[in-house]
Each structure stands twice: as structure tokens, then as C-alpha cells.
Design a protein around this ligand. Sequence first.
Ligand SMILES: C[S@@+](CC[C@H](N)C(=O)[O-])C[C@H]1O[C@@H](n2cnc3c(N)ncnc32)[C@H](O)[C@@H]1O
Length: 262
Amino acid sequence: MKLPKTARSIAGKLIRSIPVLRRQILFSTDYRRLAGAEEARAVASQGWLTARTVKRQDRAYKTLIEDARAGEPRIDLRVAAYAVQATGLAAPNLLDVGCGSGYYSEIFAILVPGGVRYTGTDYSEAMIDRARAHYPAGTFGVADATRLPYPDGAFDIVFNGVSLMHIIDYAAAIREAARVASRFCIFHSVPMFDADHPTAFLQKYAYGAPVVEAVFGREELLTICNEAGLRLVREWPSIAYDVSAVTGQASSTRTWLLATGG
Ligand SMILES: C[S@@+](CC[C@H](N)C(=O)[O-])C[C@H]1O[C@@H](n2cnc3c(N)ncnc32)[C@H](O)[C@@H]1O
């Protein structure tokens, strides 16, 4: 039963005004700006490691995956597939870093002609347990993006979707991605300031648990990628993500396709 508009508006206001309610009901809440990487390391950010977060995220993604199966993939899923296709590689060997519940294994199978040879990795055991439960035939492993347990050049493509922003030592994660990729890295749906602005760190509650995230300064991110030997070859706008109320600056998410050996 759908509530009348006024009742929905009152219920919405009530939920947003009570911390315990809004954290349990809304996906992303309680954003606050942190002073920098040092404070980001000091605050609570273990949210992705808890089984409860995984369960809630899984529920939130259910419709997203059903829509993709029904031939109506959301913009960011399409952009991820464009980026893989733009490499021109047939059935590439792809590592998904920060893969969460592993649903990109299915999305690439649906949206990339010829598919990919997929491996998913995440530092959260709870996420990987869920990925294995959903996709028992898939290849998944627990690993931190800043210390990947793979040899140099082990994958044609290293893909990182909506995960780089949650890694405080993102420079190390970029170097590791560049090391294990033989041809391309894809940093997907990365929040960046529209104007030149230093990277900002935020803390928020994701699915009821605290996590840290970054909104990147584009030039800084590009410099780190270049220093890691990556060269930007294409980029796409991805899904809208407005945190300007917290950062004071307009930002958007971008998907970068970078070639190795640059
Ligand atoms: C917002 S979720 C994104 C999941 C999935 N890639 C997607 O696009 O929906 C962020 C993911 O990054 C993972 N993550 C955060 N820090 C990480 C790290 N240092 N190494 C590996 N994975 C990490 C989290 O466990 C979580 O699964």
C-alpha cells in the first residue's frame, strides 16, 4: 500500500531526524567532512567488514540486478561495460578489485559481448562469502587492494568500481592495480570535484555502518595514475552522486580507462 504524499513527506522527515532510524533505513547518511587522510585513518570505518552491511547492500542491489537482467541496466552498469569494450580485448582476463557481492561478474556476462574471464577480490570476508553464495562457479578471493596477491601483469584489465573512493591509501591501490594489469586499468564511478580542488575525505554511514570515502581532486588523481605508469585514454560521466552539501563544491562521478606502460 502506497502512503499519500503528505504522509510520505512526514514519515521521511521523521526518519531523517532520528539518527538510529535514518541509519537503519537509508543507504548513505550522516556525512561529515574530515580534516584529511590522517583523520580518515583515525575514525571508525569498518562498515564494509560486517555481515549486516553486506546483507543490506545486497537487498539494495536486488532491483538493480533484476533491471539489468530484464534489459534495462542502470547508467553506471552500462558505462562499466562500455569501458571494458573500449579496450578492444576479446574475453579479457579481468580482476574486479573491491568486488563486493560480485555482481559485476554477472553484469559483464550480460552486457559485454563475448564476456570477460572474471576474478573478484575484496578485503571484506563477509562480501566474498556473499559473492561465493551468489555465484558458486565464480572465482573470488579476499585481498586488500593495496597488497594484491597476484604477480605483475597477471590480468589484462584491473577494474575498480566504486571502491577506490573507500580506500584511504588510494595511491597504493592505484600502484597495485597498475602492477597487476598488463594492458588496462578501469577506475569506475569515481567521485571527482568538477573544478580543481584537493581531494576531500568524508565519513558517512553506509547501510547503517561507518565508512570513509574520498571525493578526488582530478589533477591529483591523474598525477598518481601517471606516476604509476598509467595513461588516461578515455573517460565517461557515470552515475550522479551529489555530496556538495558536505564538501561545498560540485562533484560528479567519472569512469576512467587507463592504459598501462604510459
Ligand atoms: C561501495 S562498495 C562497491 C562494491 C562493488 N564494486 C560495486 O560496484 O557495487 C565498496 C567495496 O570496496 C571494498 N573495499 C573497501 N576498502 C577496500 C580495500 N582496501 N581493499 C579491497 N576492497 C576494499 C568494500 O569491502 C566494498 O565491498
